[in-house]
Design a protein around this ligand. Structure first.
Ligand SMILES: NC(=O)c1ccc[n+]([C@@H]2O[C@H](COP(=O)([O-])OP(=O)(O)OC[C@H]3O[C@@H](n4cnc5c(N)ncnc54)[C@H](OP(=O)(O)O)[C@@H]3O)[C@@H](O)[C@H]2O)c1
Length: 265
């Protein structure tokens, strides 16, 4: 029998998760309840058969799995008010909240609830997220269920919780880095003759194809680069010029800057 899911926080991420789970057929719409204070923005999901509420306790009592998708500063108050409804042995808590540890949530709950932390990215809206998950006090079955849930919404990997900040940088900020890379390609593409729309299409599909080569063939980027670089050719000339200008180095420094910022805040 499929588990019932409560999504606490029907914002960007919460609604994207609900949409993706319904579209994949992983759960029936009537087995999802989604909450927020102002429910008027949830009509579209309601029309699909999802239950909508502004009462988090009602949602938790209904569900087996509780996905917390509120802003970090809202979580303490929400968990505190849910204390009495949370049942160890029944509920699995799944937190997608950035920067809040499982230990912190369990301390406020004051109960030993199975908890999984997940870090998806914005491509979850089209079921193409990279989601990193870590777990605490969750059994094998619970973890497998959560992995199955997020695999409906893209790819999933299990990591240690201490790597969650790193996952935020590489997986979630990574979407923005990739967008900048694509934007730079569009700018270059226009300079060598394409209109903006055509440059956008060529740049985005080329990046998608390059990523798919790695994911589907399991190759290393350098193996794929070797296939494109003819001796004395235009690809290697361009690549080497990019490296002389600090291409790889600037990306690595950017990743480190994001990571240091997360660690400091
Ligand atoms: N967006 C992403 O791709 C992404 C990726 C990874 C992690 N995250 C994390 O996911 C969390 C949500 O992000 P988001 O972008 O979806 O934020 P968001 O759009 O602001 O959604 C948060 C939602 O929580 C609702 N809310 C506030 N107080 C509530 C309460 N007491 N009970 C129930 N719902 C309440 C808000 O609606 P009302 O004001 O109507 O209550 C709002 O719709 C954040 O912690 C973020 O760091 C996001």
């Amino acid at each position: 029998m499929s588990k019932k899911i409560a999504i606490i926080g029907g914002g960007n991420l919460g609604t994207a998760i609900a949409e993706g789970l319904i579209q994949s057929g992983f759960v029936l719409p009537k087995h999802i309840i989604i909450t927020k204070r102002n429910v008027s923005t949830l009509h579209q999901l309601e029309r699909k058969g999802v239950l909508v509420s502004d009462d988090n306790n009602e949602a938790v009592r209904f569900a087996d799995v509780i996905i917390l998708a509120v802003k970090p500063f809202q979580v303490d108050d929400i968990i505190f008010k849910l204390k009495d409804s949370l049942q160890p042995g029944k509920h699995i808590l799944v937190s997608v909240i950035t920067g809040v540890t499982t230990e912190h949530i369990l301390k406020i709950a004051g109960k030993k609830i199975a908890i999984v932390r997940a870090m998806p990215n914005t491509a979850i809206a089209i079921q193409e997220s990279m989601t990193c998950v870590s777990y605490k006090d969750a059994g094998k079955e619970d973890l497998e269920y959560v992995q199955e849930l997020f695999s409906q919404l893209g790819r999933v990997t299990v990591i240690e919780e201490k790597l969650m900040d790193a996952a935020t940088v590489l997986g979630a900020c990574g979407t923005a880095y990739a967008m900048r890379y694509i934007r730079a390609n569009i700018q270059g593409g226009i300079e060598i003759g394409f209109d903006a729309a055509t440059a956008n299409l060529i740049a985005a599909q080329t990046v998608k194809g390059a990523a798919e080569l790695l994911l589907k063939k399991g190759t290393h980027p350098e193996q794929e680069i070797d296939k494109v670089t003819t001796p004395k050719g235009c690809t290697i000339a361009g690549l080497n010029e990019m490296e002389h200008q600090g291409f790889s180095s600037s990306l690595i420094k950017g990743i480190m800057a994001s990571y240091e910022k997360i660690a400091k805040d």
